[in-house]
Design a protein. Structure first.
Length: 275
């Protein structure tokens, strides 16, 4: 892989000079995308020591160059027809992945055994861990990293981060629950075991505040084993006082603690929030 990384980086450095008909360059790019597709490589991962997200930029370079070397093609998958440069993944059953009609995942994404895709979409470079449910009309954007046993509820939007190449993608860690219609974008991060209520919008400009102390915990990052809801905080402007969006952590869980559905609903109802 080190040799391939070096060759991809050399190719990227002279990308403006490379012709789309260059068969050797295309072969190298396809080799890199196949590593993503099989799960042997990943665009980003959380460093076990520092806890920071490490981005493997050369794989993003490969994805971006793939479009240069790919022609638009019509794909007939009766009764559907698609026109795109990137083919869809196939052979789900042999990989232990359940895919309901209406769901699709692009080549270059990786789905671990035990993933369930309801009618939904997984883009190139994304990675979805085992036991995760991608529910109806949820989308997993390019390069997003979704952990194991995660639930992405109906209509959840996990944003893609392909450019700039050094930017970290969205990371949803193991055991997290993302409520319906929540939007997690622009490299935001949800910690392991966190519960995110319906409708929450999280990106690096959104403050995450502890309800018990009133202190800002972070921007765009929900801590592990916490329950977070959508909220506003007042700010004065020349035209009056207005509520600006924030995310409010209303409870901290013990590591490994799980809410049963009834208990979670009761907690959120106490705060006027639905899952």
């Amino acid at each position: 892989m080190t040799s391939l990384e070096s060759q991809i980086e050399q190719l990227w450095a002279r990308r403006s000079e490379v012709d789309s008909s260059d068969a050797e360059a295309r072969k190298l790019v396809h080799e890199a995308i196949n590593l993503l597709d099989s799960g042997e490589a990943r665009v980003a991962e959380v460093d076990a020591v520092s806890g920071q997200v490490v981005v493997h930029e050369w794989l993003k370079h490969a994805i971006l160059m793939l479009f240069k070397f790919s022609d638009m093609k019509t794909m007939d998958l009766a009764p559907f027809e698609f026109v795109d440069r990137v083919p869809l993944k196939t052979d789900f059953a042999s990989h232990g992945v359940r895919v309901v009609p209406g769901a699709s995942a692009r080549w270059g994404s990786f789905l671990e055994a035990g993933v369930t895709l309801m009618p939904s979409y997984v883009n190139i470079g994304a990675r979805v861990g085992s036991g995760t449910m991608v529910d109806t009309w949820a989308t997993v954007g390019s390069c997003a990293q979704i952990g194991k046993r995660v639930h992405l509820s109906g209509g959840v939007g996990i944003g893609g981060v392909l450019e700039p190449v050094q930017a970290a993608p969205v990371v949803i860690e193991d055991e997290a629950f993302i409520g319906s219609r929540a939007m997690i974008t622009e490299g935001a991060r949800v910690g392991a075991g966190a519960v995110v209520a319906a409708g929450v919008i999280l990106n690096p400009s959104i403050p995450v505040i502890d309800s018990e102390t009133g202190e800002e915990i972070s921007r765009g990052s929900i801590p592990p084993w916490s329950v977070a809801i959508s909220a506003t905080r007042p700010r004065k402007f020349a035209g009056g006082e207005f509520g600006l969006p924030c995310v409010l952590v209303i409870k901290h869980l013990n590591e490994g603690e799980r809410h049963d559905k009834a208990g979670l609903n009761e907690l959120l109802r106490d705060h006027g929030i639905a899952t």
